[in-house]
Write a protein that binds this ligand. Sequence first.
Ligand code: GLC
Length: 648
Amino acid sequence: MYNYNLHQQVNLDLQKSELDLTGKDNLFYTRFMANLSALHALYMDLYRHHPKADEKFNQLVATITDAYKERSAALKQRDEDKQKKGFWFLSNEITGMSLYVDRFCGNLQNMEEKLSYFKKLGVNFLHLMPIFESPQGESDGGYAVSDFRKVAERFGTLQDLKSLQKKMSKEGMYLMVDIVLNHTSRLHEWALKAKQGDAYYQDYFYMYDDRSLPDKFEKAMPEIFPESSPGSFTYIEECNKWVMTVFHNYQWDLNYTNPSVFVDMLDNIFFYANLGIDILRIDAPAFIWKQLDTTCQNLPQAHTILQLIKQCVQIATPGMALLGEAIVAPKEIQKYFGTGLATAKECDFAYNATQMALQWDALATGNTKVMLAAQYEILKKPYGTTWITYTRCHDDIGLGYDDYMIENAGFNAYEHRKYLKNYYSGSIKSSPAKGALFSVNPKTQDARISGSLASLCGLEKALDENDVQATEMAIRKILMMQAQSFFIGSVPMIFYGDELGYTNDYSYLDDPGKSYDNRWMHRPVIDWDKNKMIEDEGTIEHRIFSATQHLISIRKKLDVVADRKNITWLAPHNIHITGYLRSDGDKKLFCLFNFSHAQAYLTWFAFKEHGPAPTKLYDHWSNQYFTVGQDHEYLVMEPYTFHLFEAQ
Ligand code: GLC
């Protein structure tokens, strides 16, 4: 709502700046004025009672203005181009890959040479795993940042990053990096000052003189890394205080009840925006607000902070979309897109962690009932936002969907999860999967799963045992898992190495900075001699790479795959087969996946339940035509195969 004092004050501030408010900077001015009320309301929701609320709000306004001023003309043009396209990120033409620069090709300079590799595959969007300074040996894969603005020497320089961004942008590629919002490394400047007794910076963290509040907090807070980092607080001898460390003991949680922390971190966000980042991955947003007697996850204020960030970004650097990495319960994930008046005004992207885990569920059981039981929740995603879909990423697989989803499918939740964990960690002899349990909580027996896509699909074991038939099945599983996540309505994110079937890499066990964390088994060091084999027909590498390439090219040519909230799940005629329909007017794409180790039969009636029945289907995957049969006849699907049928 219009507020004379507020609007007049910001208006005057902007008039005083050197911006050309009626000319080239008019769009910025319009955006600022349009968003100001919402921005102010969100800010005051968090900080109304803070003694420095007004002073920090003025600083916030200045931070936004400076960010816009510092944005290059090229990026401002890119912002405008993206805005003209509408929701540019809903497109079916974007396919991503997530990778560790050092493990992929050494450093940022080498990345430029590798752009042709991505082009060949069809990938035009890169997520560079954290490259900013982070102490080796206690870096959590780069998620313990000691300097948000300095590229760690082992990756190169800021100049290298800028040069890579320019080259990518010229080639029509998009770039994503992380802002690790929840915590800093214990070696970050703010943490060092706090440790030395500086009260101003102690207020940047949750620091306590004794265990009384930490004990109270811990009563309700689940442990994230119970094996390697139990508890949520760490004693700091130098200042004789306890600091909150929800993740590892070297990752200090930032205190967002202090508006200075918000403004400083917003400034870091703009620093990334002005490097030309297209999508900013907000790491662990579920944790950014803490409150006694709660789990300190998914609190309403965490959403307020994200909405506030969105408003600020929309004003100064509107071409940068936000991805909230909330790997939480299905209905909590939805909230990161915004709720109520803020619907579709929070994160533009979230990870479809529920779907990812459900695919692993279906692969282990051969039964797709739980996946179907969960869809009604997943489908609530608002128009104008989208998913990152994936089968594997650098993290573990958490079976975080709700018990009632498992129960609605007719299973006992505890036994069902136990089976999945045993299946993937290799304790069921007949299971072809080779993974490991991650972060087993001895108190709750809760655990997640580590392992690469290929190893969890059985390739490692099949190769060890020289089993041709099992190798064939593993390859089919890999491709079916990828295909299901590619066409579901999202931006697919391939994890590097999976495009050619890398199995687990156990070299992490020799590195004391990594050996305590088995997620490193699925973060391979790329061997470019092996990668050359993508050219050799008949090799596994060639088969998986060219099939992945084919999947991406199909996605790119089918506009119906763009995320217009145009997905309908097919009725479950066969529990082994999942199917969804992507449609737009007359255009229909039926995507079907057989999760069974045996042939599965699907009545042709399945194709007749959604508008006029097609008579013919063209399978983009196999390049074959199929004639739709009578209702009592069946489409026969071979084990672990899929179809991408366009209705004719
Ligand atoms: C995110 C990252 C994970 C990291 C954690 C703490 O969940 O994906 O790798 O350990 O945040 O920063």
